[in-house]
Design a protein. Structure first.
Length: 728
């Protein structure tokens, strides 16, 4: 007999809305399963892990999947198959949003494959599912056996009309000039993700501080749920380091690692480090050495190298390439590097190089979005490609990875507030950033290069945007036991809170500083304020608002320096578009006349597209966009549309086809759907006995409109034949 399920629900009010967590009803075979609900938006989040560790890996195998189901919004998927296929960009970005703050919260040595799946069951188009999915992921892990060191939570902070709001609705988000997601624990910040319309650093910090209390509430809510139904956590044995072996490897390698640490060139440094490792392997590993011992040697070598780099930065205040803490690597910028593209730029900073190519298209080229949100299309698109050769490696070229999509989205939102409105610039804009070399913060290089490419193309952006990556190295020691490690709150050995803490904030981090450091804080903005922020941490304790505020101010100085370098090359957008870019012309017609230019089954508009070799897009408000590479073709289309939609007036002279013959005159088609009558008395200057003596059905004639009147709701048009045989 099946045991009756025990359903537990906990709820709390956040930002004036009730957020609830329910477990015990759905997905009982997962290690942890929670349904998160706010309004009518409902997300099922499950957490599952294998019971045995995965052998032979040196990373935590965590996978996060977002399953957007179109039924959640009462939709049937588009396309032929009518089934959800690959994840949308929104789903991928949400998966990354969850992974980033959760991954550092697992104990060292835990290598069991772990999977989080968030299935969107219902969406009310008011409450966003992303922060709910992150909350559900933490809650599912918290109540499971999986050794997650949580809980954590996230809220969105928006600014609307100068007022900061917690978890604004989806319609409100579209009007906000700040849209920030803050994730953290009860007492620290773990992750930031924000888009903004040139807000100040002070406003950003106000948003972070406002988020702290609702995050605490949501963390306590999960603790209550865990106390009610939480399972006993699996124990994880943290790998013990052989002190004697560590000391021996340290004596063999430290001095050489310190020397290699002074090498600025990425490839040369990598070769030096590999040579050191090879030498140590040769001295320690014999023919009979087992795999476990070899793996331990490799692990200690990595730890020694990491300690050398971090000690050099945090204690000696010396960066691996010798730069000062706020010193930015050499920058060079070029524009117009690809002659036939509509705009292009090359941005190089140290050993990071991004080439951005821009294409302008018609309004109809905009990207259609088949998703759960309010957005149905977008006309500004940014793509980012990170080929293996940019880091001197080989690899499969099988489309964009999640990282590529995330970096492209970051650069896209950094520049979006600067893009002119469709009414001012009726083009679809596609930017593609090709990363040609990478040694730190290629996404910010892509942002800088894209800003220059837009200006090179003659796009009248509001202001240019630059980006910078800020790093952090924390080095602390416990006064009670002397243990050194990366922690902010307490000793991870003896749990003493008597900790001597030091940290160093770095501007323009290189690859090694990102890889072995504690923070990757990307900040983009114009001379007037911030447009995008993305912060990720590797330290599970998080950071304080004070450290974040200091990092933001340091980023501002760095951003202004980079922006000045960019403006030396191209201070403002070019006045004219590239000669290879299409020209778009706009005319406005009466919306009631749209059917006239579309024609039956689209016949009329297709005919114009084929005849004039243009693209034509018609908006519901009667705005017509004509995209053409030839000005005369566009003029021809404009005249044709004007003629089709123009009201017939007395005095107009028109060439039309005779469509009907009667005893009393001939009916002439003036334009599609509009006929006029040329009475027999107006067919010629002399008296006409038979209409057919002057005109015949199907004949083209030139007529003058001599009368326009309304008769019982119908328009009556009188005509006089000016020339029965015009040249047409």
């Amino acid at each position: 007999m099946l045991q009756q399920k025990s359903i537990v629900e906990k709820s709390v009010k956040v930002g004036g809305k009730t957020v609830s967590l329910e477990t015990g009803k759905l997905a009982a075979q997962a290690n942890g399963a929670v349904v998160v609900r706010c309004g009518d938006t409902m997300v099922l989040v499950t957490a599952t892990a294998r019971t045995e560790p995965k052998e032979g890996i040196d990373f935590f195998p965590l996978t996060v999947d977002i399953e957007e189901r179109m039924y959640a919004a009462g939709k049937i998927p588009g396309g032929f198959i009518k089934r959800e296929a690959r994840p949308s960009e929104k789903a991928i970005l949400t998966a990354r949003l969850i992974d980033r703050p959760i991954r550092p919260r697992f104990p060292k040595g835990f290598s069991n494959e772990t999977q989080i799946i968030a299935t969107i069951l219902s969406t009310d188009q008011e409450n966003a599912y992303d922060v709910l999915a992150l909350l559900g992921a933490s809650a599912a892990l918290t109540i499971s056996e999986i050794p997650f060191q949580g809980p954590i939570a996230a809220v969105r902070v928006g600014r609307l009309g100068g007022e900061l709001l917690i978890n604004p609705t989806l319609p409100q988000q579209q009007e906000c000039d700040l849209n920030m997601i803050v994730a953290g624990t009860e007492d620290s910040i773990l992750m930031l993700d924000a888009s903004a319309d040139e807000v100040s650093e002070e406003t950003a910090m106000d948003a972070v501080r406002l988020a702290r209390e609702p995050i605490r509430q949501l963390c306590r809510l999960q603790q209550e749920l865990g106390e009610a139904v939480g399972k006993e956590k699996w124990t994880v044995e943290e790998p013990e380091v052989d002190a004697d072996l560590y000391a021996r490897i340290d004596s063999l390698a430290r001095a050489d690692f310190e020397a290699a640490n002074e090498v600025a060139d990425k490839q040369e440094r990598a070769e030096r480090v590999e040579a050191i490792r090879e030498r140590v392997r040769g001295e320690l590993l014999g023919d009979d050495t087992g795999d476990d011992f070899a793996a331990e040697v490799e692990s200690i070598l990595r730890d020694v190298e990491k300690d050398v780099v971090r000690r050099s930065i945090a204690v000696d205040k010396r960066r691996p390439d010798g730069r000062g803490l706020e010193e930015i690597r050499e920058i060079s910028c070029e524009v117009g590097v690809a002659p036939r593209t509509h705009g292009s730029a090359l941005f190089t900073r140290g050993q990071t190089q991004a080439m951005t190519l821009l294409t302008l298209g018609a309004v109809g080229d905009e990207q259609r979005i088949d998703g759960l949100g309010l957005e149905e299309s977008k006309r500004y698109i940014h793509h980012y490609n990170f080929p293996p050769f940019c880091v001197g490696e080989t690899g499969f070229m099988r489309g964009p990875k999640r990282r590529d999509i995330g970096h492209g989205a970051l650069a896209e939102k950094a520049l979006l507030p600067m893009i002119p409105d469709e009414t001012e610039f009726p083009y679809t804009i596609r930017l593609v950033s090709e990363i040609l070399e990478s040694n730190g913060s290629s996404s910010m290089a892509a942002t800088c290069g894209s800003s220059l490419a837009l200006m090179d193309a003659g796009v009248q952006i509001k202001r240019p945007v630059a980006g910078i990556a800020i790093g952090l190295v924390v080095r602390s020691s416990c006064r009670a036991c002397g243990h050194e490690g990366v922690f902010l709150r307490r000793c991870d050995k003896c749990q003493s809170e008597d900790v001597d803490r030091h940290y160093v904030i770095l501007t323009d981090i290189a690859g090694i500083e990102d890889h072995l450091g504690d923070m990757d804080f990307k900040v983009a903005g114009s001379s007037e304020g911030l447009t995008a922020i993305q912060m990720d941490l590797k330290i599970k304790e998080g950071i304080t608002p004070e450290i974040m505020e200091e990092a933001l101010q340091q980023a501002k100085r760095g951003r202004e320096f980079v922006l000045a370098k960019m403006l030396e090359v191209l201070p403002e957008p070019r006045e004219e578009l590239s000669e290879y870019a299409p020209r778009i012309f706009t005319i406005q017609i009466d919306p009631d006349k749209i059917g006239v230019i579309i024609g039956k089954g689209g016949e009329t508009i297709r005919g114009m597209v084929e005849e004039f070799d243009v693209s034509i897009d018609v908006e519901e408000d009667g705005t017509v966009f004509i995209c053409s590479n030839d000005g005369s073709s566009a003029e021809g289309v404009i005249k044709r549309i004007t003629d089709l939609t123009k009201e017939v007036e007395k005095g107009d002279v028109i060439v039309g086809k005779v469509v009907k013959i009667t005893d009393f005159g001939a009916f002439v088609e003036l334009k599609r759907g509009v006929d006029g009558l040329a009475h027999i008395s107006n067919l010629a200057d002399h008296r006409v006995k038979r209409v057919e003596d002057v005109v015949k059905r199907g004949q083209m004639v030139k007529v003058e409109v001599i009368d326009v009147r309304e008769d019982r709701g119908k328009q009556r048009i009188g005509l006089k034949v000016v020339d029965p045989n015009p040249e047409v």
